[in-house]
Ligand binder design. Structure first.
Ligand code: SF4
Length: 292
């Protein structure tokens, strides 16, 4: 069997940075708390836990006086910073620079909003940690929309500033902005809509779709490796499956099934922005054994 790992798959630079920061801290004093999973990948989290990292929730934060707490690549709500400062916690901030830039952009836009009654609209998954952090930049006065059903919250007679979660699909974002524009025109047919659209999708993410779709065409079977909690993983898996229906979602080598490989010669292995390369390599070794 010929087995190939997609070189473009694996951690994005935001996740690589967060993990490097964690490893650096753990090398110094073996105690580090991380607010939520540092990456949506159980195996990688387990590896870091063995080095001394402890995953905590926001509820645990007030009790961690004097401890070091890492804020992961997704970024945090301003209230989380306040809680940390209030409780004497040392923040190790590993927010991805792309997310940080977006947070600042929304904050600046929010500061202008009061002047012209604009509405800050964020297209993203409600309760997603990144979206929560973005929403916080609007002092919780923004509007989160995840589907057309949520668009009833917008007042179409007023200006709209539209932002998007970094990991959203470009196509869906375009659909959303077009629909908002259509509704604004419907309410005020004689006035050009005061709609500013900020495409804040991370290119580390959106560029992967065409690259992955090209990759999967070359194989009889494709193994897409990702944690099940990863929204990026689930999205990219669907994109791969659209092109090659013989694509299987797995999180670890124990999920491999011999029957998938019967009569197959070429196996492609790829993954999400949260999938470690070492895991894909481990899976390639297991597939090799099945082939033998
Ligand atoms: S997908 Fe992009 S924005 Fe999100 S953590 Fe990775 S590099 Fe940063």
């Amino acid at each position: 069997m010929y087995i190939e790992i997609d070189k473009g798959s694996g951690f994005c630079f935001g996740v690589v940075h967060a993990i490097e920061v964690a490893e650096r801290e753990l090398a110094v004093d073996k105690e580090l708390y991380c607010l939520g999973d540092i990456v949506h990948n159980h195996e990688e989290v387990e590896r870091l836990e063995k080095l001394g990292m402890k995953i905590i929730s926001h509820d645990d934060l007030p009790a961690l006086e004097g401890k070091k707490v890492l804020f992961r690549a997704h970024g945090e709500h301003p209230n989380t910073y306040k809680t940390a400062f209030k409780n004497g916690i040392t923040i190790i901030d590993a927010t991805c620079p792309v997310v940080l830039r977006l947070q600042n952009k929304i904050r600046r836009s929010y500061d202008e909003v009061s002047k012209n009654e604009s509405q800050i609209v964020i297209f993203g998954k409600e309760l997603h940690p990144e979206v929560n952090g973005l929403y916080g930049q609007t002092f919780c006065r923004g509007i989160i929309v995840s589907s057309f059903d949520d668009l009833t919250q917008i007042d179409y007679s007023k200006p709209v500033r539209l932002f998007v979660q970094t990991t959203k699909s470009l196509d869906k974002f375009h659909e959303m902005s077009k629909e908002i524009e259509r509704r604004m025109r419907a309410v005020n047919p004689d006035v050009e809509p005061d709609l500013l659209v900020f495409d804040t999708i991370c290119r580390q993410m959106s560029n992967r779709v065409p690259a992955l779709q090209k990759f999967v065409t070359r194989f009889d079977i494709v193994l897409f490796v990702s944690g099940r909690k990863s929204s990026n993983g689930n999205f990219l898996f669907q994109k791969c499956k659209e092109i090659n229906p013989a694509t299987y979602f797995i999180s670890q080598s124990g999920e491999l099934k011999r029957i998938w490989f019967e009569g197959k010669e070429k196996v492609g292995i790829c993954g999400a922005t949260s999938t470690p390369m070492w895991l894909m390599e481990k899976i390639a070794e297991e597939v090799q054994k099945i082939g033998e």
